[in-house]
Design a protein around this ligand. Structure first.
Ligand code: GLU
Length: 342
């Protein structure tokens, strides 16, 4: 009985092992060869490869940042192959340097600062030209706005002597402009009571708290940093006119006279000053198709830019080349050529 049970178990095992070999060892040769008919693969829309790019914007309370945010939304909704990350920063000068080092793909910068950066001119860039910077398109005017506390007695830039002054964030275009304005007024930093480099929102806080008498902002009209300050504190804008304005316009090619209307802020009277322009730049080594696609997407959806901030309305195709201060990127060149503009 025991023996026949063993034989039975052995037979079961043998059958199992044989069938296992049959399964495992079943090679392709055993399969009958079927000639697969040649069928055309149906066309499937491959999702486009997405290129991630970053853009150096400026102050969170400025205008670059909300406009760059709008560009990022356009990329997200309407440009298949590009995703855009926005980085806040001190702005123009530091953005230019980060284009040079390759840390940024694109950046918003003042057109005067872009020019000095590209050529390696002026205190900020002397001997260190940012040769890989290329232009994409010009955005809107940025007046040099010297905000002063009521009662500070500052009537003109020359009156900044002995005062505590915020000269713009470190690495900003505002700082570059502030130093040029002081020089045109016959002053140096040493003539001030104190000279501060503060982040834009912090400069506004200092002004509100009486820790500085005046602060320089080169920024689009209506920027929230000045707008909010005008609600919280008694402030006015210092005129930059007469000899000082003339010498700035004569000595630096990008300044133009501008009037800030009386309804720009809360209870801040109209003021005359000088302005530069903001623009978008990128690295030379970015692909021309990428730049072309990006610009097409932005100008096809310009309403989103117009809706992002009051000065967004000033971004138009018609003015996108006025004041361009560095050589165009080939992708931008193609874009403008196709629009009949180059
Ligand atoms: N124009 C400013 C600068 O470069 C930045 C303004 C902004 O962030 O809107 O200093």
């Amino acid at each position: 009985m025991k023996k026949s049970k063993n034989v039975f178990v052995f037979m079961i095992l043998a059958v199992f092992v044989v069938s296992l070999f049959a399964i495992v060892g079943c090679d392709e040769a055993a399969e009958p060869e079927i000639d697969e008919p040649e069928v055309d693969e149906p066309e499937v829309d491959e999702p486009a490869a997405v290129t991630r790019i970053n853009m150096g914007a400026g102050w969170v309370t400025g205008v670059y940042y909300p406009l760059a945010g709008a560009m990022s939304r356009i990329a997200h909704t309407s440009i298949d192959n590009i995703s855009l990350t926005v980085e806040s920063s001190g702005a123009s000068a530091v953005n230019s340097r980060m284009i040079g080092s390759g840390d940024l793909d694109m950046a918003i910068v003042q057109n005067d600062v872009a020019y000095y950066a590209y050529l390696g001119e002026g205190e900020a860039f002397e001997g260190n030209p940012i040769e890989n910077m290329r232009g994409m398109f010009v955005l809107y005017p940025e007046p040099v706005q010297i905000v002063a506390a009521a009662g500070s007695g500052i009537e003109s830039p020359a009156d900044l002597a002995g005062k505590n002054v915020a000269l713009g964030p470190l690495g900003s275009g505002a700082e570059v402009n502030a130093l040029q304005v002081l020089e045109a007024a016959g002053l140096t930093e040493g003539d001030l009571g104190s000279a501060e480099r503060l982040e834009a929102g912090e400069a506004a806080d200092f002004l509100r708290d009486g820790r500085v008498d005046a602060a320089f902002f080169t920024v689009g009209i209506g920027a929230s940093v000045i707008d909010e300050l005008s609600v919280m504190a008694d402030i006015y804008l210092v005129n930059i006119v007469g000899d000082i304005a003339e010498s700035l316009i004569d000595n630096y090619p990008f300044y133009a006279s501008v009037t800030i209307p009386g309804d720009a802020y809360s209870d801040v009277p109209e003021a005359d000053t000088i302005a530069v322009l903001s623009m978008i730049v990128c690295r030379e080594d970015l692909d021309a198709d990428l730049i072309y696609d990006f610009m097409s997407g932005i100008f096809d959806n310009i309403d989103t830019i117009h809706g992002a901030h009051d000065v967004g309305h000033l971004v138009t195709l018609d003015t996108a080349l006025d004041g361009m201060s560095v050589p165009l990127h080939p992708g931008a060149e193609r874009f403008f050529e196709e629009k009949g503009m180059n």
